[in-house]
Design a binder for this molecule. Structure first.
Ligand code: SAH
Length: 217
């Protein structure tokens, strides 16, 4: 394994330990950690940032958007408790990095991006990298993606003031959603929503975060 990646995995392990009191998770599940190790982040960042691809921080990808911090991607996937048979919905494809990590540990990922050129670039990139179990859709993810619902898990990688109701509707009973909630560029909290078998939901706040805004809605 290349040294930059090994260092990144160590940083993520350290940050997991430091945030345990918030997240309730001391370590990544082995399959989630393996997924972080398997996805070549350098293939998701613009050329001029390639040297920083394995830094544990977000990087600009154009259109005022970013590729998420690796630790954040890892903890979001971890909190979904992904299983090999799961079908997941992601809102906010961006460059496709989180979708790729998720696709390593579940059966299928449907992902929605509102900026057409980002959606197209992510689609081409993920195809080139051989991800056959990810479908990139162009649209306003505030409405989710009803065509393939319900989902075993929903992950939103842009912050909304409230949980979009369509995303709750499209979550399967027993499913989970991980979503940053808060006003743009103000204090946001990562929230885990659980839908019980009867369709009721409970919410738990796990971590202060900083995401770009979810537009539209
Ligand atoms: N998941 C990405 C991070 C994406 S940043 C990663 O793995 O690095 C958030 C993305 O959400 C941006 O690309 C932005 O264009 C997109 N976005 C914002 N509002 C959206 C909406 N309503 N529907 C779908 N995508 C949205």
């Amino acid at each position: 394994m290349q040294r930059a990646l090994r260092t990144l995995l160590q940083r993520i392990d350290d940050e997991m330990e430091q945030t345990e009191s918030w997240t309730g998770r001391r370590r990544l599940a082995p399959e989630v950690r393996d997924a972080m190790a398997a996805v070549p982040r350098e293939a998701f960042v613009p050329d001029q940032h390639r040297g920083s691809a394995y830094d544990n921080r977000p990087l600009p990808i154009g259109h005022g958007q970013t590729i998420s911090q690796p630790y954040i991607v890892a903890i979001m996937v971890e909190l979904l408790d992904p299983r090999p048979e799961h079908v997941m919905l992601e809102i906010g494809t961006g460059c496709g990095y989180a979708a790729a990590v998720l696709a390593q540990v579940v059966a299928r990922v449907e992902t929605v991006e509102v900026v057409p050129s980002l959606a197209q670039a992510a689609r081409e990139r993920l195809a080139r990298l051989g991800y056959l179990n990810i479908t990139v859709h162009e649209g306003d993810g505030y409405a989710g993606w009803p065509d393939e619902a319900p989902y075993d898990g929903v992950v939103v990688t842009a912050a909304a003031p409230d949980i979009p109701p369509a995303l709750i509707e499209q979550l399967a009973p027993g499913g989970r959603m991980v979503i940053p909630i808060g006003e743009p560029y103000e204090a946001q909290e990562l929230v885990v929503v659980e839908k019980d078998p009867l369709g009721g939901t409970t919410e738990r706040t796990v971590l202060p975060v900083a995401f770009v805004p979810l537009v539209g809605g």
